[in-house]
Write a protein that binds this ligand. Structure first.
Ligand code: F3S
Length: 404
């Protein structure tokens, strides 16, 4: 594998054991994959930082790096943790859990981490703050953000997973493989989506992600011809692609900034029938509002437009009669007008949490009946033991307005 002089120096321990260790891990993974060399990254997004996910072993690892005094080589943002930092009691976490999670965060802060504590770095000014441009190589470790970065921002990243994104942040390198290589970013198969007459909603967009992830087995991205009218639909589609499959990028004409090669033609075309999408979503919907104990939105973390839409919906329906949790990025609350909307939503009965989500928190949802508008949440909450249903946000709001 090709190593530049600096990488060689790092591996020789000339910049300390922590960087040497981090780069050694990256080199080993790169060699296992057959990567041709290393490349420098401009930014990392570190996922897998919830104490629920990493436990004591992860805490020890992160702490050992921080205690060595090493600083991140590149700017690094951080994914959600196990609870809302200002309000840990919402998810009823123990004092011990809070202490350990805070140790993880302090370690990341000591190394220079930007604690956005959100899975939507693409939405929060990160791209502007760190001057990320089309074609830049980054190491992002949150699957929904990875698909967004490759497909909409023109950034180049593999699905790193938490530890590898951490090692990339420390060393400043990743392996030159997969999405970092131009040829791997050119689609070979075109999926033509026959959209329902009424258009897509975010739940159908998630189901579309599931259907395409179930068919697509190539390393190159699927090209998907579909109309997305809202950013939320794109987010849910990307999150579903990353959840139901191993997809790191999708090419969407008019959205993906990289041009296709001249005379590009797909080697295969696949029609995705709207009937398949609608019938799959129908099978995942609740039959009766009484079947639902808990409603959840904000996976990936909710953006401003979605929060406004939810506010309008809930306001028009009146009182919320079911437990309804929404997860948002903490940065939204810095805007006074958004903070006012959040306060209004709270008054209407919605529980708003920042820094966390239902999936990465330790909240016990086993045996609860949960309704969500996110395919990704649907997928993971089902695996956490909840009986989970999927429907668009207006149906969530309507269900919440019913008692029972
Ligand atoms: Fe984000 Fe949690 Fe969903 S980290 S993408 S809200 S599973």
């Amino acid at each position: 594998m090709y190593l530049d002089r600096r990488a060689e120096r790092i591996l020789n321990g000339e910049e300390g054991w922590a960087k040497a260790k981090a780069l050694e891990v990256i080199v080993k993974v790169g060699e296992a994959l057959g990567a041709r060399g290393l490349i420098k990254v401009k930014h990392a997004h570190i996922s897998g930082v919830s104490y629920s996910n990493i436990g004591d072993a992860g805490l020890r690892l992160i702490k050992s790096f921080a205690d060595s005094g090493v600083k991140f080589s590149v700017p690094a943002t951080v994914n959600p943790i196990g609870f809302d930092l200002e309000n840990p009691n919402v998810f009823g976490v123990s004092n011990e859990y809070v202490k350990k999670q805070k140790e993880v965060l302090n370690s990341l802060r000591m190394m220079g981490g930007d604690l956005i504590l959100s899975c939507t770095p693409y939405d929060l000014g990160v791209v502007q703050r760190y001057n990320l441009n089309i074609g830049d190589h980054v190491a992002w470790g949150e699957s929904n953000a990875v698909v967004y970065a490759n497909s909409l921002l023109g950034l180049k990243t593999n699905r790193e997973g938490g530890p590898l994104a951490l090692m990339a942040a420390i060393s400043g390198y990743t392996y030159d493989y997969g999405m970092h290589i131009k040829e791997y970013r050119i689609p070979e198969i075109e999926y033509i989506v026959e959209e329902p007459k009424e258009g897509l909603n975010e739940a159908l967009a998630g189901v579309l992600g599931e259907v395409i992830a179930g068919i697509h087995s190539l390393q190159t991205p699927p090209l998907v011809r579909v109309t997305f009218t809202k950013k939320l639909h794109l987010k849910e589609f990307f999150a579903a692609l990353g959840t139901a499959g191993n997809i790191a990028m999708t090419y969407i004409p008019n959205f993906t900034p990289e041009p296709l090669p001249d005379n590009w033609k797909p080697r295969e075309r696949v029609i995705v029938d709207s009937f398949i999408l609608k019938s799959r979503l129908y099978s995942l919907r609740p039959r009766d509002p009484k079947d639902i104990d808990l409603i959840y939105a904000g996976c990936p973390h909710m953006g401003i437009e979605d929060l406004l839409e939810l506010f309008i919906l809930v306001k028009s329906l009146g009182k919320i009669r079911k437990k309804f949790i929404v997860s948002i990025p903490r940065i939204l609350l810095l805007d006074r007008r958004i903070k006012e909307i959040v306060d209004e939503l709270k008054k209407l009965g919605i529980i708003i949490v920042k820094d966390t989500c239902l999936v990465v928190s330790p909240l016990d949802i086993k045996d609860l009946r949960v309704l969500t508008n996110s395919y990704k949440a649907f997928y993971y909450l089902s695996r956490k033991g909840a009986k989970t249903y999927l429907a668009p946000i207006d149906e969530l709001a309507l269900t919440a307005s019913f008692g029972g």
